[in-house]
Design a protein around this ligand. Structure first.
Ligand SMILES: CC(=O)SCCNC(=O)CCNC(=O)[C@H](O)C(C)(C)COP(=O)(O)OP(=O)(O)OC[C@H]1O[C@@H](n2cnc3c(N)ncnc32)[C@H](O)[C@@H]1OP(=O)(O)O
Ligand SMILES: O=CC(=O)O
Ligand SMILES: [Mg+2]
Length: 349
């Protein structure tokens, strides 16, 4: 184990010091762009103002013979747009650590656009050793290319071994930004019997006890509840952010919304959007409900220093509910700063 006093030291001479606190950013959706697709890439300048994060995907969903084109496409799209001007994050998902592409991904991208890049998403992270490797390599590349703002690392939780090591991954480095659930790879890794990319499964249910001849009530359960809960606890315990990953059935907006909302209520900050139709869903879900914001604002106002106990509409409020209210009010302020329509609805000072 590294000594606490060394935790925040740069890992290479000339690399920037890691952030002590994560930059405060609204990240309701991480929008995936296939950078080898010229038509979609051409839309990025216009898209950038409408999403919180643009991610150029180099890993799964990019055919092996298009990996180089995707890497070049990402560099081109990063150079062509001023993402910071709209407060939009620029991320990339690199290929896996055991793939033949990862070195070229990192070497090229940090050299060409390292100063514009906010976060590197690392797939199939199995344990803290994967983060340590990326951490060291990024520090060396930042130093070589004069990158002065540390590039953060976001892990995808998508293997059984990764879930077993989720706490150690979350605390592996001050470079950690957060984690996303990867339900497709995780299902494969666990030997789950589903071909879906996220969401529920009609056969995963509980059934009521028999009661005479009456039909037995039955309800579908959330396949991902356990993993999301573990991920949220690991992330929040380490001051980093948790995200739901992909929802693959673009034709089922209701199910996508339900999955996103469960993740939001459990503590996730956002989710991936793979198709333009999912952006509006993420915007709806990952912003607090106006009525909840109004009530939370009343709690904060009723307990200016956050201590004591008061009654509001017959409901007891104390230091704990004040903290719950603060989470909602702080998020509403962040959303309001980016979204004038919601700002008008929230009416926060
Ligand atoms: C398990 C995992 O790893 S998930 C992460 C990996 N997967 C991805 O990154 C997939 C990202 N998404 C995509 O590549 C695309 O959405 C595809 C290939 C799946 C489907 O694309 P299409 O067949 O073009 O879908 P569709 O016809 O419904 O698209 C409608 C329009 O939205 C555009 N569009 C589709 N996806 C995107 C996107 N991610 N970003 C921006 N525009 C998009 C299409 O180009 C199309 O534009 P047009 O109307 O001008 O022709
Ligand atoms: O990468 C995402 C996944 O679900 O797998
Ligand atoms: Mg995956």
């Amino acid at each position: 184990m590294k000594l606490p006093r060394r935790f925040f030291q740069p890992l290479a001479t000339g690399a920037p010091a890691p952030f002590r606190e994560l930059p405060v950013r609204l990240e309701r959706m991480i929008h995936f762009v296939p950078p080898h697709n010229d038509k979609v890439r051409a839309r990025v300048p216009e898209l950038a103002g409408t999403v919180d994060v643009v991610l150029g995907n180099l890993e799964d969903a990019v055919p092996a013979d298009q990996k180089e084109a995707a890497r070049k496409g990402f560099v081109a799209m990063a150079q062509a747009t001023d993402f910071a001007a709209t407060g939009t994050g620029l991320w990339t998902r690199i290929n896996a650590l055991n793939s033949p592409w990862i070195l070229d991904d990192l070497f090229t991208i940090v050299a060409e656009v390292g100063s514009k890049l906010d976060v590197v998403m690392v797939p199939k992270v199995e344990g803290p050793w994967d983060i340590h490797y990326i951490d060291q390599l990024l520090a060396q590349l930042e130093a070589r290319h004069g990158v002065t703002k540390p590039i953060l690392v976001h892990a995808i939780l998508e293997t059984a071994e990764g879930v077993a090591n989720v706490d150690a991954i979350a605390s592996a480095s001050p470079r950690m930004h957060g984690m996303s659930l990867g339900p497709a790879d995780l299902a494969a890794s666990r030997g789950m019997k589903t071909t879906r990319v996220g969401g529920g499964h009609p056969d995963y249910r509980v059934i009521a006890d028999p009661a005479g001849d009456a039909p037995r009530a039955s309800a579908q359960q959330d396949l991902w509840h356990y993993t999301i809960a573990r991920m949220v606890d690991a992330c929040m315990a380490n001051g980093i952010k948790a995200f739901y990953g992909p929802f693959g059935d673009f034709s089922d907006g209701d199910a996508c919304e339900a999955q996103f909302r469960n993740a939001f209520l459990m503590g996730c900050a956002g989710a991936w959007t793979l198709h333009p139709s999912q952006v509006a869903i993420a915007k709806r879900v990952f912003a607090p409900d106006p009525a909840e914001v109004a009530f939370a604002a009343r709690i904060v106002e009723a307990m200016p220093d956050g201590t004591g106990a008061v009654m509001l509409d017959g409901k007891m409020q104390d230091d704990a509910t004040w903290k719950q209210a603060k989470v909602i009010v702080d998020l509403a302020k962040l959303v309001a700063a980016k979204d004038p329509e919601l700002a008008a609805v929230y009416k926060l000072g």
